[in-house]
Ligand binder design. Sequence first.
Ligand SMILES: C[S@@+](CC[C@H](N)C(=O)[O-])C[C@H]1O[C@@H](n2cnc3c(N)ncnc32)[C@H](O)[C@@H]1O
Length: 254
Amino acid sequence: MGPMLVNDLQARVAAIRWYHTIELGHGITTPGVDDSPQRLARLQLPRSLAGLSVLDIGAWDGFFSFECERRGASRVVAADHYSWHGSGWGTKAGFMLAREVLGSQVEDVDIDVMDLAPERLGTFDLVLFLGVLYHLRHPFLALERVSSGVGDHLIVETVVDMVGVSRAAMAFYPSRELNNDPTNWWAPNVQAMCGMLECLGFEDVRTTTQLPKAGYRAARALYHQLRGKNALVSAFRQDRAVFHARRQARPDPS
Ligand SMILES: C[S@@+](CC[C@H](N)C(=O)[O-])C[C@H]1O[C@@H](n2cnc3c(N)ncnc32)[C@H](O)[C@@H]1O
């Protein structure tokens, strides 16, 4: 790409409000609010996805879809709805530009999570459900819809709450309690998340996130409070975690 074209690309990138941080090559990285490479590092996404089909639900700018394609997936479908329609979330412009620049074959499907069904999209070896669960009014029903499209492996990344409570529980946010965002509704704790996935028939369910101990969580919650973010008592029980669910039990990796 010549210097003129690189300037042109820079201008096109600058005109978009990005969620994901995507390396487009030519020294250009999209200025997303999300530290996508850092989140990828926590996901424990298999290094090779050679020959697998992947569905990325709530894909937005497509960072994780493009990464799955890069890891050899034979087919990747990026599905989303809200953030592709501009009503407060963002637009589809980032996904379209990144796909063009990366020369990607990732397919796009406009669909609400609640409308997912094998008759609509088929089933996929790997399904990614990242950063979406807590935005849903009916998370267990949504997980049921999501799991209907999972052939083998589901990865869920979500806010967790009620951490440290010794039984399965979910926190409800009727207003802006979580991150001052009225589109956040529910967050489960680890036991609730694993329990839901087990109820949906996954044989092998585990979290790959080691949540910090109470002392660290208390210090972090105090820091949150001082910065005017989530209330101290809530922040103490909140974090993010990754869950891997497989249709069939696998030997313990350790
Ligand atoms: C916080 S972003 C996460 C984006 C990406 N999956 C990631 O982890 O970086 C939440 C995404 O979920 C999508 N979303 C929220 N509710 C949805 C629904 N009911 N159906 C489909 N997508 C939804 C939004 O449009 C947005 O793209």
